[in-house]
Ligand binder design. Structure first.
Ligand code: HEC
Ligand code: HEC
Ligand code: HEC
Ligand code: HEC
Ligand code: HEC
Ligand code: HEC
Ligand code: HEC
Ligand code: HEC
Ligand code: HEC
Length: 369
């Protein structure tokens, strides 16, 4: 009996040691596994996105739409972490309904319909841009059934969002994804060629069209306003002298018959279609060239064709008799110049003469009295 107690104690101690060891090993094993997992998925153990990444970072899972299109549900984590949202948002900030698995079923028919339903999530934090986009021609086109009109994620992507501010060349390329023909013309134009060299003075797509509230470009008011659009830069003396280009083109245009009429409509009723020539009728829109470029619509060899678009039976004499942007001078249009000068001096002279005549008359009357 005296030996039984120490024996029981020894047995108990052995058991305790064994259990502790087992617990320690278990703890070490789980820790090692967790760390390994965290490294494999590129996050820290505290990352709330961790729950998602087991299935969404390289697991090769997909989803299939009713249309038959298959979409990978793997996320490019490097691009996501490098994005403006990467360090600020959790997956669930945008994907509120995906907290649990299995996820609620996705009700849309196609890949495009999925994108159109999901981009609405941007609205919660970027209310201003979202609200502006409701006034855009893209939104109207979409509402009218054109599913390919641009939504937030077409221009910004969903998971690789970067700031586009000041990224002028990149922006033109984003528009090019859907407006390829226009981009190709623009890239060959005097403005586009300069943009390719990072010139900050020439217009990129959004300088003429805006960004989130792009309006239709085929309306009467857009046409009326286009003169002002060009003039914002082309009557800026400081900007134009940098390139040796006349900053008088708006003034001479508005003094001309086309410009007088266009100016009148713009002031009185901008919603009436301007029939007379505006800047872009002569120079082109996205394909504007220097006036001495052989491809320019205003180089002498092409000018008659340009006028004929509206003046059906114009002959080469027709534009030749027109002053263009020149102000009359002794060298250019001397007759007009002299007629102008003649009137400039003759009229004041005649008025002065008349005045003198009346004064002399009055003087004589007074004297005769
Ligand atoms: C157990 C694996 C698993 C986990 C965990 C998981 N997902 Fe998913 N997820 C999937 C699968 C599989 C699909 C493909 C569609 C389906 O089967 O539901 C999917 C689809 C999605 C989609 C696209 C469809 C939709 O509903 O819009 C989103 C978004 C998404 N998951 C987000 C998340 C987020 C956020 C988390 C973390 C909170 C998460 N998932 C966690 C497996 C998972
Ligand atoms: C800024 C909002 C935002 C954040 C943050 C975000 N997503 Fe998304 N996600 C979207 C949008 C919008 C779509 C719709 C996608 C489209 O048009 O391609 C989408 C689509 C998905 C899809 C469907 C497959 C695909 O690529 O279209 C999955 C899966 C998904 N997200 C998972 C995640 C996970 C996981 C995270 C966190 C690492 C995350 N998302 C973070 C906005 C976000
Ligand atoms: C939960 C809130 C939230 C949601 C949802 C969200 N964002 Fe953001 N977004 C932010 C925050 C925060 C910033 C960083 C703002 C900053 O840098 O000042 C940001 C920045 C941006 C920027 C860069 C802004 C800049 O200064 O140039 C763009 C572009 C952007 N988000 C687009 C989107 C798009 C597109 C969606 C939808 C797919 C979206 N965001 C959804 C919170 C959100
Ligand atoms: C047609 C392409 C396009 C669409 C569609 C678009 N954006 Fe933008 N977004 C841009 C460009 C380009 C810029 C950079 C503007 C600049 O340089 O001034 C920008 C800038 C931003 C910015 C930075 C702040 C600012 O206003 O400059 C935020 C935030 C933003 N967009 C959110 C959104 C959201 C949200 C949507 C959807 C409602 C959206 N965008 C739709 C092209 C687009
Ligand atoms: C995802 C495709 C897509 C992207 C990206 C896109 N657009 Fe569009 N855009 C459309 C569609 C579709 C229409 C409507 C059909 C049409 O008139 O061509 C449209 C219409 C327009 C219109 C009105 C055309 C008219 O007839 O009056 C203008 C202007 C325009 N886009 C400019 C831009 C600019 C500038 C950008 C870049 C900042 C851009 N778009 C980016 C698809 C896109
Ligand atoms: C110098 C200003 C200017 C620049 C830069 C510019 N546009 Fe335009 N855009 C216009 C004008 C003016 C119109 C109206 C054309 C007309 O009267 O036929 C127009 C028309 C359009 C239209 C609708 C008419 C059509 O032909 O389908 C689209 C779309 C468009 N532009 C997209 C773009 C894109 C994309 C870019 C950049 C690659 C761009 N624009 C650059 C001034 C500009
Ligand atoms: C954002 C400012 C800006 C706007 C808006 C703009 N331009 Fe320009 N344009 C320039 C600059 C700067 C140059 C000189 C580029 C160079 O020489 O590299 C230029 C060059 C030209 C030239 C070539 C002139 C020459 O002698 O080399 C013509 C023609 C022209 N623009 C016509 C137009 C028309 C028409 C519009 C309106 C549809 C317009 N521009 C809108 C800035 C602008
Ligand atoms: C009826 C046709 C016509 C209209 C309308 C027209 N132009 Fe011109 N433009 C020409 C011709 C022709 C030339 C080349 C000869 C010249 O300078 O007169 C020219 C030359 C130019 C030049 C080059 C000047 C230089 O110093 O190199 C610019 C810039 C220009 N135009 C811009 C505009 C702007 C801006 C408008 C609208 C306010 C406009 N044009 C309206 C026909 C036109
Ligand atoms: C977009 C159409 C358009 C283009 C292009 C155009 N014009 Fe005109 N022009 C008009 C309209 C409309 C009137 C006024 C209608 C009228 O009363 O004959 C007018 C009036 C004139 C007049 C006043 C005398 C007259 O015939 O009524 C002259 C001169 C003239 N244009 C010269 C030119 C020259 C030169 C060019 C080419 C460099 C040109 N126009 C290009 C539309 C255009």
């Amino acid at each position: 009996m005296r030996q039984a107690l120490p024996n029981t104690v020894r047995a108990c101690c052995l058991w305790l040691v064994a259990i502790s060891l087992a617990l320690l090993i278990a703890a070490l094993l789980t820790h090692g596994w967790r760390t390994a997992n965290a490294h494999a998925e590129g996050g820290t153990p505290a990352d709330p996105n961790q729950a998602c990444l087991g299935c969404h970072a390289g697991a090769g899972k997909t989803m299939t739409f009713a249309s038959g299109e298959v979409l990978s549900v793997d996320i490019d984590l490097n691009a996501y972490h490098a994005s403006v949202h990467g360090a600020r948002l959790d997956c669930l900030d945008c994907h509120e309904r995906n907290g649990d698995y299995p996820h609620p079923a996705v009700e849309v028919r196609s890949r495009r319909d999925y994108a159109r339903a999901e981009y609405e999530t941007c609205y919660r934090c970027h209310f201003e841009e979202y609200t502006r986009s409701l006034d855009s021609t893209h939104y109207d086109a979409m509402a009218g059934g054109n599913a390919s009109a641009a939504i937030c994620t077409d221009c910004h992507t969903a998971h690789a969002v970067t700031s586009l501010k000041g990224q002028r060349q990149q922006i033109a390329l984003i528009c090019a994804n859907c407006h390829r023909d226009i981009y190709d013309q623009y890239a060959q134009s005097v403005h586009g060629a300069a943009l390719a060299e990072d010139n900050p003075d020439v217009p990129s797509c959004i300088d003429c069209h805006g960004v989130h509230d792009i309006s239709s470009a085929t309306t009467a008011s857009f046409r009326s306003n286009s003169v002002q659009l060009c003039s914002n830069c082309h009557s800026n003396q400081k900007l134009m002298s940098k390139y040796g280009i006349s900053a008088n083109v708006t003034k001479t245009y508005l003094d001309d018959f086309h410009g007088k009429t266009a100016g009148f409509y713009q002031e009185q009723s901008p919603s009436i279609w301007v029939g007379v020539a505006v800047c872009t009728d002569c120079h082109g829109v996205h394909n504007i060239k220097r006036p001495d470029d052989p491809g320019s619509s205003v180089i002498k060899a092409n000018l008659t064709t340009t006028c004929r678009r509206c003046h059906g039976n114009a002959t080469p004499n027709f534009p030749a008799a027109w002053l263009g942007h020149y102000e009359p001078s002794i060298n250019k249009a001397p007759i007009v110049f002299f007629v102008q000068q003649y009137y400039r001096f003759l009229i004041p002279l005649m008025v002065a003469g008349l005045g003198l005549n009346v004064a002399l008359d009055l003087w004589r009357l007074a004297r005769n009295r």
